[in-house]
Design a protein around this ligand. Structure first.
Ligand SMILES: [Zn+2]
Length: 857
């Protein structure tokens, strides 16, 4: 018997759960009645439970006989065993379980969140976070996605409070001193989607979408920040009902902002929970990037109401499809809502992040076998979300959006209220498209990595070749290395879309590259070729020098995503040692006229990476190079917005000011930033919301102790989640060692919420001025951080080690993790170490050439 799967001898169909949380004692008591089908005459029932005390369990069997069960809890296996004196008669049965638990501070299961009310008084609320396997911390249950059931929740609460669960309130009565809220029956769904939130909550006036009222909930005083979230919630709900061709499966939709929340958001059916930054925003005071984040997360969670909630993966190996699909749908919905945001171009940044991790030897296939649910924890990463969404987009574009949607609709209709696997989606898409989907997709889903497609002109032919892209020629040697398994040479079915210019005309050609090499005759009057036309492919392109030069000579004819890919792929092949650094830096000089913020983000990202590897003596020259590349674009845009300018241009202005003010250490920009900020704060001259975050970052970079304390106060007293984040991360940017030390101390002393602290520490590991102090601090405080932070906190924080790009620090990182025998789950640590190696190797290989290049500045 699989120790990680519950037997199907007794299967639940309905839970009636009554919970009584006490926010003063931070405990809860509960009683549940579970309707079950007894399939075999067993004398024990296995369920999941952890950190719960069971006071009583009574089982009624198929013949109506009642037996009191002897309950034993196995905390390690997270199970409870109900042992019975007599075997149970098969048929319809019932369990009644009385239990108790605590409202923990680990942001999982049934937990407490503490916040300050508008008058500064500390308040407590309770919320839930069950995915993947923490429903068992709130009530004993069959805590696996395939055990779907109806949930009928009743909450008995302090009458001064209110509560929200997955469904509408069916009755609101008083019993003794308690307010008793009984919620309507849910649809048949998985345990990880159950939710309840209890506290002093306020909500917006619901907007009806068909029969579904949509509201935003938050702690008192924040309702004024809910309008934007509500707008995208309504727009995306409408969009998905249309796209999926199925009505929303719940009876209402509440979106709740929780002050302490470990992830970004959670797709509980009808009661979606969010961290505040992902839902609440002041539309007038937020930057484009901050608004896009809210729109993205809300659309993503709404997409899950069908894909994930209505149709659920059978087991945790399928989580990638759940998340990849929601990420893909989030783009579609936001793109439909605000086409002017060019969401698919911005998705280039996400795709690039996935290509970067997937170019490691230590990457993994998107889907892999999962036995213990814990193994699935390592699946919540860039490969699941961003690579997964990228390959779905590639498939959608290859099949055509209409055909793809038809397949999705059929899949959802066929499997609604049930569970399904990846193969079921491929089958549905195969029926819709009449194409062999697994043949095309398996290489992308079940094999690690992706190809680089080399494009060259040889004689009178255009030659396309594919091979796996990796940064390092060999796998990393590290202390945890398993003996190298021979991997077969990888080959993909690559949907390549070529745009060929010849004799002044352009034509698009689709090639499914299935072989290692394809040759085609060059057309007469050949001028140039773009190999990843439209930029949807999940692969890199390496042009020969002649072809790259032709494209650089006609950048204006390329789409923004194509220019993005041109830079991103060039930077990747440079990091992989396939292109000299001088050639790459020359390439960056061709983009001074660039006006797309995403293309700039990849250019600036590469300059940040160089900043982490250069010798300190070269830093002033790198700053001069940054100014040389960036200043012309800002000069052309001007520091203040112009009439009729679009949102993306405004955001680009902010990005350029930030780059010049920090990485470029531009004193003129820093002085101007101080003026603008003073004018804004004084109320005399409000600054564009896209520029304000850049000013704050710039002032921190150039700031002193006085400014630090000013910004810390602003963080403490911020009136929007976005403002709080801006000032929080600004604290990391002050260069003075004493201030670095203060900020580090705040990651463990309770002044920064545990939902944010790991990310603050991660940022500091990545920042050149702070990284050595941060690393020393992290090593010393590792155990404390492990105790304080939510479950995945350390893993997210440890990612910062990829910024420790010196041979000495790299060696020390290896030493620390080896001595402490630290396992971050899956291949996480190995991936961080390999990314660090790629950066140190670039430094070792190109350091002298980089120094020589910078000598001109
Ligand atoms: Zn999701």
């Amino acid at each position: 018997m699989d120790p990680y799967r519950l037997p199907r001898t007794v299967v639940p169909s309905r839970y009636d759960i009554r919970l009584e949380p006490d926010l003063t004692t931070l405990t809860f008591s509960g009683v549940e009645t579970i309707a079950v089908t007894i399939a075999e005459p067993v004398s024990e029932i296995l369920m999941n439970a952890v950190e719960i005390a069971v006071d009583e369990a009574v089982v009624t069997d198929g013949r109506g006989r009642e037996q009191r069960a002897t309950v034993t809890l196995d905390e390690g296996a997270e199970r409870c065993r109900l042992a019975l004196a007599e075997p149970l008669a098969t048929g319809a049965g019932r369990l009644r379980i009385v239990f108790r638990g605590t409202l923990n501070d680990k942001l999982r299961g049934f937990y407490r969140s503490v916040y300050k009310d508008p008058s500064g008084v500390s308040r407590t609320m309770a919320a839930t976070q069950f995915e993947a396997t923490d429903a068992r911390r709130a009530f004993p249950c069959w805590d696996e996605p395939a055990f779907k059931a109806v949930f009928a929740v009743t909450l008995a609460i302090d009458p001064a409070l209110t509560a929200v669960s997955n469904t509408r309130i069916a009755s609101d009565t008083r019993e003794g001193g308690r307010r008793v809220l009984r919620f309507a029956d849910s649809i048949v769904m998985s345990t990880y989607l159950v939710a309840f939130v209890v506290g002093e909550l306020e909500h917006t006036v619901p907007t009806p979408v068909g029969p579904t009222p949509v509201s935003i909930w938050c702690v008192p005083g924040k309702k004024r920040l809910a309008a934007f979230g509500q707008e995208i919630a309504v727009a995306s709900l409408r969009y998905f009902e249309d796209y999926y061709g199925l009505p929303y499966p719940g009876d209402k939709l509440d979106l709740l902002a929780i002050p302490d929340f470990a992830a970004g958001a959670m797709e509980n059916l009808g009661a979606i929970t969010f961290r505040e930054t992902a839902l609440l925003v002041d539309e007038q005071a937020a930057s484009h990037a901050e608004l896009q984040r809210v729109a993205d997360v809300v659309a993503h969670e709404n997409a899950h109401m069908w894909f994930g909630d209505l149709v659920t993966m059978s087991w945790w190996n399928g989580i990638w499809l759940n998340e990849a699909f929601a990420t893909f749908m989030e783009m579609l919905a936001v793109d439909a809502w605000k086409p002017e945001w060019q969401r698919w171009v911005a998705f280039g940044v996400s795709r690039a992040a996935a290509l970067s991790v997937d170019g490691l030897h230590s990457t993994r296939p998107i889907e892999f076998p999962v036995r213990a649910p814990r193994e699935a924890d390592a699946m919540f990463d860039v490969l699941t979300y961003e690579k997964g969404a990228s390959v779905l987009r590639m498939l959608e574009q290859y099949l055509g959006p209409e055909v793809f949607r038809t397949g999705v609709r059929e899949y959802l209709t066929r499997h609604r209220f049930a569970n399904a696997d990846t193969v079921d989606l491929w089958a549905a898409l195969g029926r819709a498209s009449q194409q062999p989907i697994p043949a095309v997709m398996d290489g992308w889903i079940f094999a690690p990595g992706y190809p680089v497609v080399s494009v060259a002109v040889e004689g009178r032919e255009l030659v396309l070749r594919q091979q796996r892209f990796t940064y390092l020629t060999e796998p990393l040697r590290w202390f945890g290395a398993a003996p190298a398994a021979a991997t077969p040479p990888a080959r993909w079915q690559v949907p390549v879309q070529l745009r060929v210019s010849a004799e002044g005309r352009e034509s698009v050609e689709r090639v499914l590259l299935t072989e290692p090499e394809v040759r085609r005759p060059l057309p007469a009057g050949f001028e140039s070729v773009v190999a990843n036309e439209g930029g949807h492919g999940f692969y890199r392109v390496r042009y020969d020098e002649g072809l790259r030069e032709r494209l650089l000579g006609r950048l204006a004819s390329l789409g923004a995503i194509e220019r993005f890919n041109l830079v991103n792929d060039a930077w990747a092949v440079t990091a992989a040692g396939l292109m000299p650094i001088a050639q790459y830096l020359d390439l960056t000089a061709r983009f001074r006229d660039e006006r797309d913020k995403n293309v700039w983000s990849v250019l600036l990202g590469s300059l940040h990476a160089l900043n982490r590897i250069i010798a300190p003596a070269d830093r002033p020259r790198l700053e001069a190079l940054v100014r040389d590349r960036t200043a012309p674009a800002l000069a052309a845009l001007g520091v203040t917005p112009r009439e009729g300018e679009d949102e993306l241009t405004r955001q680009l202005r902010g990005d350029l000011i930030r780059a010049l003010g920090t990485l470029g250490n531009d004193h003129a920009v820093q002085a101007r930033a101080a003026e603008l900020y003073a004018g804004h704060e004084g109320g005399a001259a409000p600054v564009d919301p896209n520029v304000l975050p850049a000013l704050i970052a710039t002032l921190a970079h150039a700031g002193d102790e006085g400014r630090y304390h000013e910004f810390f106060e602003r963080f403490r007293t911020a009136t929007t989640p976005q403002e709080e984040q801006r000032y929080l991360y600004a604290l990391t940017m002050f260069p003075q060692p004493l201030l670095v030390e203060q900020t580090l101390a705040r990651t463990v002393n309770g002044e920064i919420r545990t939902q944010d602290a790991p990310f603050v520490a991660r940022s500091m590991l990545m920042l050149v001025h702070a990284r050595e102090q941060a690393w020393a601090f992290v090593k010393k405080q590792w155990d404390t951080m492990d105790r304080l932070y939510p479950k995945h906190g350390l893993r997210r924080m440890a990612e910062g080690v990829i910024g420790l790009v010196t041979p000495e620090l790299e060696a020390d990182v290896h030493r620390f993790f080896q001595e402490r025998k630290i396992d971050l789950g899956g291949k996480t640590l190995e991936q961080y170490l390999e990314q660090l190696r790629v950066a140190v190797a670039l430094r070792e290989r190109e350091g002298a050439a980089l120094s020589a290049y910078l000598a001109r500045f």
